[in-house]
Design a protein around this ligand. Sequence first.
Ligand code: 5GP
Length: 344
Amino acid sequence: LSWIKNLPKAELHAHLNGCVPISVLREFAQSYQPHPSTSLNSKPPLSHQDIAAGLYTLENFDKSQDIHSFFSAFETVYTLISTREALATATRAVLAQFLESNTADPPECTYLELRTTPRPTSTLSAMEYIHTVLSEVEKYPPNRAALILSLDRRMSVDSDQTAVTVEETIDAAVQLKKQGRRIVGVDLCGDPLAGDMSLLEPYIAKAKAAGLGITLHVAETPKNPPEETLQLLSYGPHRLGHATFLDEEAKEKVVKERIAVELCLSSNLLCKTVPTLSAHHIAFYLERNHSVAVCTDDTLPFRTSLTAEYALLLASPPLGLGLSEAQVAKIAKGSMDAAFTVLN
Ligand code: 5GP
C-alpha cells in the first residue's frame, strides 16, 4: 500500500456530496430538527427515522440497490447539509479526506478536482452554495485542488422558479473563471435516464469557449440510447465519466479523439453496471494505451478511497485486475496529465 500511497496521482471524479465522511453526517444528524425549511422538493421534511434509515442506506449500499435507486440516497445528505455552515464543514472534511496526510501516510491524492451541483436551499442561494464550496477549495494551492461545477441531467435549461438551471450554472462557471477563481470545468451528472441532452449544446459550447474543461457522464446504463451518447460526444468533451456502455462507433470516436475516461471500479460493481472486475471496460482502454483516470466517484456509499481503487488495479484476480506496477504508475501519470489545470 505504501507504494500506492507514494504514487503521484489525481482524483478527477469525486462528487462532493457523495464523499462526505459518515462521521460528519452523524454529527449533523444529532442536531437535526425536522422543519419545513429542511424539506426537499416540497415534500414533508424528513423525520429522525427517515434520516437514520437514509444514513443506514448510504453506509450499506449493496445487494438490493442499483444505479436507479442510487440517486434517492442523496436526499438524506441534502437534508443534513442545507446551511452555509454545514456545507463549509462538509466541504472541508471532503478536502481533508483527499488532501491531508494521515499520520505518517502521504495524502490520498496529489491533486483533487472536486465536483458539485449548485443547490439552492431555504437559507442559501445557488451562488452562495458555489461561493461556500469554492472558498474552501481555494484554501489549498492551485496545484492541489480545483472545482468543477456539475449540471444535473434533471436541471431545466433556462427557466425554473425553484431550482438552479443549466444556463445559470454555466454562466456562474464562466464568470468565476473570468474573475480568476478556481473553477476549472463543467460536468454532466445525475440520473442517467433523465433529461433531454440535445438541449445542452449551446451551453457546453459557451463553457468550452471560456476555456473550461468539459467532462460528461455518458452511457452509464444499457438503457442510454447510442444516439444520445454520440450526441454528447459531438459536443467535444475533454473527458468522460464511466462510459460503460459505448457501442463500437462511440468507442472508436473516444479512442480516435483521445478523450480521457474517468473510471470508478467499485462504483460500477456496486451499482451493478459491471458484473465483475474482469469484465470491466478498463481492459479495452489499457489494451489501446488510452488515457484513463481511476477515481472514487462517491467514497461514502461505495465505501472506498483512492488508495483502495488503486489497490484493486494491483491485486491479483479475482480480487483485483493483476496489473503490473509499471501499468499502474502509467495510469497514475495519465490522471495527472488529464487534469483540467493542464488544459488551462
Ligand atoms: P453533489 O453534486 O451534490 O455534490 O454530489 C452528489 C450528486 O452527484 C448526486 O445527487 C448525483 O446527481 C451525482 N452523482 C453522484 N454519483 C454519480 C454517478 O455515479 N453517476 C451519475 N450520473 N451521477 C452521480
